[in-house]
Design a protein around this ligand. Structure first.
Ligand code: PLP
Length: 494
């Protein structure tokens, strides 16, 4: 080394933990994870406490000097177990919330440890290739062609938004990215009253405005009516509006209804309109032989929103958008930045996934999905997805044999909607209010956790089976708790 008079900075190694230091914390964390798995069934799912009390219990000042491992683990136990909500608990059946797989959690830790940036191929060659392969595997499951591909995103909201952005830029007929949407005729999106509100958010964010979303009425099964769709498209065209995309839902959030995708696809082909399928919840039905026929026609989609963090049981967050031609994502998102210059001659042209969507730097989210699929195998997924639908049907059958409950809708995929009905009978408006109170009390009770659907003017209780830990005994407990709370609250409210 050449002599120098320049003062050399001394090392600052406080943040640089070696493997022994890592082990000390990580092995304690694994112990906490084991404690969680062993104790989950007996845990309270949620607590009946006000926000201020939670804040007091979990928020602590950031110390100037780091805490020791025992203090860190005690804090993690407080945050994650004592004061958290246990969405992975076998009797958590609310919203559409995946339960979280063990291989996924392990993958998350290691993906963070190695920390590739999956925005650029050269920063993440293996991770980028895994994400591409995973997306291709999903596309194949949906029956999409060889040109198809996709991108992992944070969840259904972003997946629908990116799918509709690709639709806008492809279907508008002018350069929307350069000139904006004001440079052409008004654009319209076709959905139903049951379509998830993220379609409205996407229309807003894409500059169309929420009024561009045509909320078509539904049939008795809460599905899109193809003839009404065709009529509305024709009426819009006559008014000088350009139909941009149809959003068909494969598994609505409230009841699990599946729009008639085959018929909708036919209309989209005839009318040359982009078909986007929101399969954020119901998509995994394609992995279960008995459920797959319900999604017939999904192979015609131009884009699909599909969330591994729902019915593939992956921990939040992991959604993806799949497009019929990967080029559509490049057309919607590619930009040129001089500061991300990359060689393509020596390494070949790997795809930089940051060019295909709204995020530039990206983590290796795909690993938790990939490792879960590798560890469990697709057959186990198919069996469990089918079993979830069976549990929803079991719940419906149990509801039907009880005098104090009634089914609110037929089971759709793996969702059962029902209501507690008091004795003596009461007005519908009272029954709705009673069920609303039941849900609130039940979510604070801690033994079980379900959510609701509003069907017309009726408030229904709703159990969504996307939890790989739930079994028939859990369903029985949910119904018993509903009956217990229903009888008590009815007594208080009359
Ligand atoms: C059909 C459907 N689409 C979109 C979403 C929004 O997904 P996320 O909450 O992952 O953004 C949901 C959420 O439940 C959904 O069920």
């Amino acid at each position: 080394m050449s002599a120098t008079s320049v003062k050399r900075p001394a090392p600052v190694a406080d943040l640089d933990w070696d493997s022994a230091r890592m082990r000390s914390l990580a092995e304690r964390a694994v112990g906490l994870y084991a404690e969680y798995l062993d104790g989950l069934d007996a845990m309270r799912i949620a607590r009946d406490v006000p926000a201020g009390r939670v804040r007091e219990a979990v928020v602590r000042p950031v110390p100037a000097e780091g805490l020791d491992d025992d203090e860190l683990i005690d804090h993690l136990r407080d945050v994650l177990v004592e004061w958290g909500v246990q969405c992975g608990h076998p009797r958590f059946l609310a919203y559409v919330t995946g339960s979280g797989t063990v291989p996924g959690a392990v993958a998350d830790m290691l993906a963070s440890a190695v920390n590739m940036n999956v925005g650029g191929w050269q920063l993440s060659p293996s991770a980028s290739e895994i994400e591409m392969a995973l997306m291709r595997w999903f596309c194949d499951r949906f029956g999409m062609p060889a040109t198809a591909g996709g991108l992992l995103l944070s969840g259904g909201a972003m997946a629908n938004m990116v799918g509709l952005k690709a639709a806008r830029d492809h279907a508008a007929g002018w350069d929307t990215r350069r000139d904006g949407i004001a440079a052409g005729p008004p654009l319209a999106i076709y959905a139903t009253e049951e379509t998830h509100v993220v379609t409205d958010r996407a229309a807003d964010a894409l500059g169309l405005g929420t009024a561009a979303v045509r909320r078509l009425p539904v049939d008795d099964g809460l599905r899109m009516v193809p003839s009404a769709l065709a009529e509305r498209i024709a009426a819009d065209r006559a008014d000088g509006v350009r139909p941009m995309a149809v959003v068909a839902t494969a598994g609505t959030t409230s009841t699990g209804a599946v729009d008639p995708i085959e018929d909708i696809a036919r209309i989209c082909a005839e009318q040359d309109v982009w078909l986007h399928v929101d399969a954020a919840y119901g998509g995994p039905a394609v992995l279960a032989d008995d459920l797959r026929p319900q999604l017939a026609g999904v192979e015609h989609a131009d884009s699909i929103a599909f969330d591994p963090h729902k019915w593939l049981y992956i921990a939040q967050s992991a959604g993806c958008v799949l497009v019929r031609d990967l080029q559509h994502l490049a057309d919607a998102y590619q930009v040129h930045a001089t500061y991300v210059w990359q060689d393509t001659e020596r390494t070949g042209a790997g795809v930089s996934l940051g060019e295909l969507g709204p995020q530039y730097s990206r983590g290796f989210q795909a690993l938790k999905v990939w490792l879960s699929l590798l560890a469990h195998g697709s057959a186990a997924y198919g069996r469990r997805i089918s079993h979830d639908a069976e549990l929803a049907r079991y719940m419906a059958a149990r509801v039907e044999e009880r005098p104090d409950m009634e089914l609110a809708t037929p089971v759709g995929l793996s969702i059962c909607c029902f209501a507690y009905v008091p004795e003596p009978p009461a007005a519908a408006e009272y029954v709705s209010r009673l069920n609303e109170r039941i849900m609130t009390e039940l979510q604070l009770d801690g033994r079980v956790y379900i959510s609701n659907a509003v069907l017309g003017d009726r408030f229904a209780l709703r159990a969504c089976f996307v939890n790989h830990r739930t079994e028939a005994d859990d369903v029985d407990v949910v119904l018993d708790v509903v009956a217990e709370l229903g009888a008590r609250l009815d007594g208080e409210m009359r």
